[in-house]
Ligand binder design. Structure first.
Ligand SMILES: Cc1cc2nc3c(=O)[nH]c(=O)nc-3n(C[C@H](O)[C@H](O)[C@H](O)COP(=O)(O)OP(=O)(O)OC[C@H]3O[C@@H](n4cnc5c(N)ncnc54)[C@H](O)[C@@H]3O)c2cc1C
Length: 446
């Protein structure tokens, strides 16, 4: 997720340990075999907690690396680039902050207030803040007989007094920048009732100058992890569960923790040999898998830019690279990080690397003038095309029940499979800490 300018509720989870089960019973877990599917933050949290409680745990990961949607590129050795998650959103009371501390990972603060908006090559003040209207839209949707999309609710409520197609375009562009960039879903798909359900930890966001991946590496220490092991099928047995892999091999375990991304669950790439509980299947079918992509641009010299953390581009095309992190200011690096989200990010994934880097450069020139230098290198993500993610993170889509994330989380097949992962976190969806806490919760359930 990129940003959250909403008021911060801040809530600590009393009694939720960073690493372990709240009250592990070694005797109960000893000898119990647990297969954890996926070595992202949910899988690592679950496996760590169970291993410490005495279970015989193995993580099976399809990729040749761990971390999942936490991925630090070392292509530029002097500038590690986080291609997946960047920030701890709200470090106060956040278990990921504690993990970072334990791992000895340095952090750098970024502030949303430290931002500048540009139009026509000049700094401007963007007085439109769609967050002001989302509550109006939510109340209207709650009163309606059925949920509706955020788009329909905002237009029906005539926020900004929209009348013409141009008014709607301006509204759409502002919703895109403020809301679609955070949730990854199109405003025509986000649920007006529930799209921003959840809690937030307090404190200013921090990122990792040396890369988020260090936390996954730290969390994986001492765990048994089999990489290159793509699960294709799960079958319930009289006792336990059978897990089959690409290539035909299989294993048995007393229980499996499934941390597959929502996109993978929706795709049917992994077969469940017995139907899942109806509410769980409904949650899989109705929650949305959103998209946020990043483009890192590197320059051959220092950049002469305003000393702020964030840039917003209000020039047309408004939905192409509207938001940037000024890495020159944040990290002192000759680099910038641009974002695309939701439907426009899906469109851009189809462009070549050259076309994407050139669109990003055009966006910078719209903000800073035609003489802004061309980058010497770029790194571009395409999370939708990644078959082991099929998107960036989940969002609450119109049509998904209020309880969809709780419906998805937890045990099925009489506890032989337990679901975890960011999409299972009702309080902190779409985040690293949500994934981590859901992994701990699944371990507790096993
Ligand atoms: C571009 C981007 C930016 C983000 N920014 C932030 C941020 O700043 N802060 C934040 O808190 N969150 C952010 N997030 C969200 C965060 O990265 C995720 O919520 C979190 O990492 C998800 O963890 P997970 O364990 O649930 O899933 P994953 O990390 O996806 O782990 C699931 C694992 O399952 C594996 N797998 C898939 N299929 C199979 C199979 N068939 N067999 C075996 N293994 C399989 C995958 O390879 C993966 O390793 C961002 C995400 C993206 C993509």
């Amino acid at each position: 997720m990129t940003l959250s300018r909403r008021s911060i509720l801040g809530r600590t989870l009393a009694g939720l340990a960073v690493f372990g089960l709240a009250s592990p019973t070694h005797a109960k877990m000893a000898g119990k075999s647990v297969a954890v599917i996926g070595a992202g933050m949910a899988g690592l949290a679950a496996a760590g907690a169970l291993a410490r409680a005495g279970a015989d745990v193995t993580i099976y990961e399809a990729r040749t690396r761990i971390g999942g949607r936490v991925l630090t590129s070392t292509l530029w050795p002097d500038l590690p680039c986080d291609l997946g998650a960047s920030w701890i959103h709200g470090p106060i009371g956040n278990p990921i902050k504690k993990l970072a501390k334990a791992a000895g990972a340095a952090t750098v603060r970024t502030r949303y207030e430290s931002s500048a908006a540009f139009a026509g090559g000049k700094t401007v003040y963007n007085e439109i803040d769609p967050w002001e209207w989302t509550e109006v839209a939510r109340v209207a949707a709650m009163r309606a007989p059925a949920d509706m999309s955020l788009k329909d609710a905002l237009i029906a409520q005539r926020v900004m007094k929209v009348k013409t197609a141009t008014d709607i375009e301006v509204l759409a562009a502002n919703v895109h920048l403020a809301i679609e960039h955070e949730y990854g879903g199109d405003w025509g798909s986000l649920s007006a009732r529930y799209f921003d359900m959840g809690e937030e930890f307090a404190g200013e966001d921090v990122l990792f100058p040396e890369g988020y991946g260090a936390l996954a590496t730290y969390a994986a220490k001492g765990l048994t992890i089999k990489t290159g092991a793509e699960v294709t099928r799960l079958t319930p047995l009289d006792k336990g569960v059978k897990i089959e892999f690409e290539g035909g091999q299989s294993i048995r375990a007393d229980a499996a923790i499934v941390t597959l991304p929502l996109g993978v669950l929706q795709s049917g790439r992994v077969a469940f040999d017995q139907p899942l509980a109806r509410k769980r299947q409904a949650a899989i079918d109705t929650l949305g898998m959103g998209l946020l992509n990043k483009v890192f641009l590197r320059f051959d010299k220092e950049l002469d830019l305003p000393a702020v953390d964030w840039f917003e581009k209000l020039d047309a095309p408004r939905k192409l690279f509207p938001e940037w992190v000024n890495l020159a200011h944040v990290l002192g690096a000759p680099a910038l990080l641009g974002f695309n989200a939701a439907a426009s990010a899906d469109d851009l994934e189809r462009a070549s690397d050259n076309e994407t880097a050139s669109a990003a450069t055009d966006a910078l020139r719209a903000m800073f003038g035609s003489r802004f230098p061309a980058p010497i290198a770029s790194q571009i993500t395409r999370w939708r095309a990644d078959p082991l993610a099929l998107g960036s993170y989940s969002f609450h889509a119109v049509g998904a029940a209020k309880s969809a994330r709780d419906d998805l989380a937890g045990g099925d097949w009489d506890g032989r499979v337990v679901f975890a992962g960011e999409a299972c976190s009702a309080d902190h969806p779409s985040t690293v800490h949500g994934a981590w806490m859901s992994g701990l919760e699944a371990a507790r359930e096993v």
